[in-house]
Ligand binder design. Structure first.
Ligand code: SAH
Length: 220
């Protein structure tokens, strides 16, 4: 068959629509948009949902979890104000998509998930993409990562009722944490926490819906 380049054309168009949707939903930071242009979400979604990877919606991944909606990934990354020399902790590796985007913006990313299977799958993608500044491991992230602490930035991609104490403690002075808070089966609030000289400052950003932060390491 003769390759007339149709696939390339629709691919480029799909990616353009993807970026346009991000911008129209408030993702305006150029560095964040560039990172999201570089990291192909299609690599992080398997099975029959793969064809929907460029739509602005959350999608199911293994272990009954979800890959977040791209615009929410963008808005959270933007709110985190990541700097090139930062060390970032992510709780909730899931597909690895959010961690891959963060890896483009900072010096080092630690990402943890309570499901071994998700961590292993994400590690394989990081390896294939040559994202050597990401360390992924299995742990109960509600305790943070005490051995790697403190962190310039912390992002939590599962909802807790309140910001977990250990995470607040592992945030550097001047650091920022972005996380959803609220009960798991209702609409939660995305909040931004800044650690200053006088304590923690909380800002409510927008309503969101995430899977719950669950204690303990899972069986799979
Ligand atoms: N950031 C992900 C989406 C995460 S979905 C992405 O880009 O695809 C939320 C993830 O949080 C799930 O994979 C779930 O297993 C994980 N999780 C829930 N509670 C946790 C805990 N206590 N410690 C670590 N991971 C947890």
């Amino acid at each position: 068959m003769i390759d007339i380049g149709d696939d390339d054309g629709s691919d480029a168009e799909r990616k353009m629509r993807f970026l346009y949707a991000l911008r129209s939903r408030g993702v305006t930071d150029t560095r964040v948009l560039t990172a999201m242009e570089r990291i192909d979400r299609g690599l992080f979604v398997r099975g029959h949902f793969a064809s929907r990877a460029y739509e602005d919606m959350p999608l199911p991944i293994a272990c009954g979890q979800t890959i977040s909606q791209p615009s929410v990934v963008g808005l959270m990354t933007q709110a985190l104000e990541v700097q090139p020399r930062d060390t970032v902790l992510e709780i909730g590796t899931g597909s690895g998509y959010q961690a891959a985007i963060l890896s483009q913006l900072c010096r080092r990313v630690y990402t943890v998930d309570r499901h071994r299977k998700l961590v292993a799958e994400a590690q394989a993608i990081f390896r294939d993409l040559g994202l050597v500044n990401i360390t992924a491991f299995t742990a109960d992230g509600s305790h943070g990562a005490p051995e790697q602490a403190p962190f310039d930035r912390i992002i939590v991609t599962a909802a807790a009722e309140d910001p977990p104490g250990p995470l607040l403690a592992q945030l550097k002075l001047g650091g920022i944490m972005v996380l959803p808070v609220g009960q798991s089966d209702t609409v939660q609030s995305l909040i931004k926490v800044r650690r200053g000289e006088k304590g923690f400052d909380y800002e409510e950003l927008r309503p969101v819906r995430f899977v719950p932060l669950v204690e303990g390491i899972a069986q799979d």
